[in-house]
Design a protein. Structure first.
Length: 298
């Protein structure tokens, strides 16, 4: 685990660094932060440990932290092991009932539990939640898709788009000094599971809580532009044009859309940060420079 060499800092320097953190600590106390945890930070144990420590530290200084996690690659891997066939329509995966059961088992049964336990080992108190809890706090509606060939409606199965967040349960958990850990499983009107994109869950949660900050931890150094370099700051308008021009592709498309929705929804600081950097969260929150792209409304 990449920590500071104890020999490299004198006691005076350590204490000075801590003292300099005071204004940041004061600013963060009582502030709601929503963190989306995905990509590289989730696969390496060292980085997971650093993210875990950061979350517990932030909670200890009084920040109200919500963690939203993804799990796509682990779901695909389990599907392969179980011999489930993937079917695609216009490049979109069809989530049949069985695939949804597996997605739920992996995301709620494995990933969420592992994160809750890791936070617990560091002295954090976390509560794992999916959309079913508290009478169905995270609601979605089945995604509508029209075939690009025939124009007819195609059933994509148990895939949904967020329709409603009832944030009472999140507030309750936060008020108790605990960390809600949110899996990307929502429910429909009958409280049946729908798989949802974790980036859009994070945005919906941030907007519903009126959180001033939303941080997407991912496996790139920020949102990259036409020249291939990541930008420290980017306006929402420019990001929207990058989506249209195909400069943003793959997994960055839902993330970029989630950023735009968050900015639209009044989240003041929305960043895509490099989760491969140890303690990316603390760097993002305790320094002015940060480690990624800040998406701005103007
Ligand atoms: P996460 O697990 O964090 O949601 P994703 O794989 O879904 O990560 O999305 C991040 C990926 O998006 C990056 O690894 C990168 O390959 C891809 N990507 C596509 N376009 C861009 C872009 N313009 N800037 C940065 N990353 C991009
Ligand atoms: Mg993704």
């Amino acid at each position: 685990m990449p920590t500071i060499d104890p020999e490299s800092l004198s006691p005076a320097a350590r204490v000075a660094a801590l003292a300099e953190a005071l204004p940041y600590v004061q600013r963060l106390a009582g502030q709601t932060l929503v963190v989306k945890y995905g990509g590289a930070a989730q696969v390496s144990p060292e980085l997971s440990a650093a993210v875990t420590e950061d979350l517990v530290l932030l909670t200890a200084i009084g920040a109200r932290v919500v963690l939203c996690h993804g799990g796509g690659p682990a779901v695909s891997e389990m599907g392969r092991r179980l011999g489930l066939e993937s079917r695609f329509v216009d490049g979109l995966r069809v989530t049949d009932e069985e695939t949804m059961r597996v997605a739920q088992q992996v995301q709620v049964g494995l990933i969420s539990r592992d994160i809750v336990a890791a936070l617990g080992r560091r002295g954090g108190r976390a509560v794992g939640l999916s959309g079913h809890d508290a009478g169905g706090w995270l609601r979605a509606r089945p995604r509508q898709h029209r075939s690009q060939q025939t124009g007819e409606a195609v059933d994509l199965g148990r895939v949904g788009d967020i329709a409603d967040v009832r944030p009472g349960i999140l507030r309750g958990v936060l008020d108790a000094g605990m960390i809600p850990v949110v899996a990307p499983v929502a429910v429909d009107d009958d409280l049946r599971s729908l798989n949802v994109n974790a980036d859009s869950v994070a945005t919906a949660v941030a907007v519903a809580l009126g959180a001033p900050r939303l941080i997407f931890l991912t496996d790139v150094d920020g949102i990259r532009g036409p020249d291939g370099d990541s930008r420290a700051r980017l306006s929402a308008a420019e990001l929207a044009s990058w989506i249209d021009q195909g400069i943003v592709t793959g997994g960055m498309i839902p993330k970029a859309r989630a950023c735009l929705q968050a900015v639209d929804g009044g989240v003041r600081r929305v960043t895509v940060a490099d989760g491969r950097v140890p303690h990316a969260l603390l760097l993002e929150l305790f320094t002015d420079r940060g480690v990624g792209t800040l998406v701005e409304s103007a």
